[in-house]
Design a protein around this ligand. Structure first.
Ligand code: NAP
Length: 400
């Protein structure tokens, strides 16, 4: 028979074994929970990383539509399945064609069910030439939508709200800076139009020597920059809706103002040629009047004029907006560029600088009404690239 002491010892041993077991089990539960938490955290981080990468991919897809979607925006979309794998991609290619979401959903098929749509612009919520994308996403069974920026177009906006009402999880503002940069022209023009100031995003492009001359004194310099830089300009032309020059450039150079491919052939889609010509001096046989592209000789009589009897440039902008232009290239010359800058109508500057010096000859920019340094137009550099032997500098006016 066990003594009371033995029994006490065995009870103590049993209790201690029980408490060790309890402690171990609590530890194992804690360990399991923490492993689960880590796994959940890792998987949330993985999904977030995949959505982030998908948005950058969507921005690249959207860029493929530059030059062909106006008056619509460029939009890219990537569909991820539940595990975050890409199952569909799409971009908006031309106005009237399927929207990016619809193309991406078509590519994903059934795999969109339970998945996430990552799209640069808030999905539209109206029926235009195509149906509302918000509805297409809901019908496809997408459970989450990640968008870069909200749609500022009063007619199309409201997609996020419609999606949320249908129980879809919506996150806005992912990679907003990159998305905004990729669609800056359409977003700017659309916001301005909504505020009662409809006009396209204007890129002023010029070419000059390093000392800022746009031509030699004797006029022997139609081409300041290299063939590489000129090929680059052709690419830029193929991304815009219109090319604008003053009648001075037409009279001096008789340019064709078309977009050409690398092989020199006319590009499939041509920007509208806009000649700003107050008194209608563009010759009947000017090359811009041929059938290679549409041409608008914008006279003061048609557009309206200011006190100097010259074409009213703000009204010209409204006329271009009405013609569907959202992103346009102002190619000169110095007089018209100065007038656009004086009126605050330039949104981006692209300068091609050739490593040459002339010391005399017309400047790339004539007066913009600035007489003192405090009035200088401050620019923020956003890109500097060497193009063949030349430099291409892109800048945005500060404070816009
Ligand atoms: N290096 C470059 O990047 C570049 C680019 C283009 C041209 N260029 C050179 O520039 C030279 C032509 O210079 P430019 O200054 O005479 O050409 P421009 O700026 O293309 O044309 C000026 C003309 O635009 C008309 N215009 C209409 N409305 C206007 C307004 N509101 N404000 C200002 N102008 C208005 C004016 O003629 P009306 O009053 O008759 O309307 C004015 O004389 C050429 O030699 C060409 O080679 C160089």
């Amino acid at each position: 028979m066990a003594s009371p002491a033995d029994s006490a010892a065995s009870i103590a041993a049993r209790d201690s074994a029980a408490s060790i077991a309890a402690r171990d089990s609590a530890a194992s539960i804690a360990a399991r929970d923490s492993a689960a938490l880590i796994a959940a955290r890792d998987s949330a981080a993985l999904i977030a990383a995949r959505e982030d990468a998908a948005m950058l991919r969507a921005v690249a897809l959207a860029a493929r539509g530059l030059g062909t979607t106006s008056p619509n925006p460029v939009v890219g979309c990537v569909i991820l399945d539940e595990s975050g794998e890409i199952v569909g991609e799409g971009f908006h290619a031309y106005a009237g064609g399927p929207h990016a979401e619809v193309r991406a959903l078509a590519a994903a098929g059934d795999r969109a069910q339970g998945g996430t749509a990552v799209v640069t612009l808030e999905p539209c919520n109206h029926t235009g030439r195509t149906g509302p994308c918000s509805q297409a996403l809901i019908s496809a069974g997408v459970v989450r939508v990640v968008a870069g920026v909200a749609d500022p177009n009063p007619v199309a906006k409201g997609g996020a709200e419609a999606l949320r009402s249908a129980g879809v999880d919506v996150e806005m503002g992912v990679r907003a800076a990159e998305v905004h940069a990729g669609n800056i022209a359409w977003l700017t023009a659309t916001r301005r139009a909504a505020a009662g100031d409809p006009r396209p995003f204007v890129i002023w492009k010029f070419a000059s020597t390093m000392d800022g001359r746009s031509a030699a004194l004797d006029g022997t310099s139609q081409w300041i920059t290299s063939p590489d830089a000129r090929a680059d300009v052709q690419e830029l032309r193929s991304t815009v809706d219109a090319i604008i020059v003053g009648v001075g450039t037409v009279l001096a150079d008789d340019p064709h103002l078309t977009a050409r491919t690398g092989a020199g052939a006319l590009a499939n889609r041509q920007p509208i040629r806009v000649i700003v010509d107050s008194a209608g001096r563009t010759p009947d046989d000017a090359r811009v009047r041929d059938g290679a592209a549409r041409t608008w000789v914008a006279t003061a009589a048609e557009v309206g004029s200011g006190t100097d009897n010259r074409v009213d440039l703000r009204k010209l902008g409204a006329g271009m907006f009405e013609r569907g232009c959202r992103r346009v290239l102002l190619e000169g010359g110095p007089t018209l560029a100065g007038a656009f800058l004086r009126e605050g109508l330039v949104d981006e500057v692209v300068g091609y600088l050739a490593p040459k010096l002339l010391g005399a000859g017309p400047a790339a920019l004539a007066t913009a009404g600035i007489v003192t340094i405090a009035e200088a137009i401050d620019l923020e550099l956003i890109d500097v690239v060497r193009v063949g032997p030349d430099l291409r500098i892109t800048a945005l006016p500060k404070g816009r």
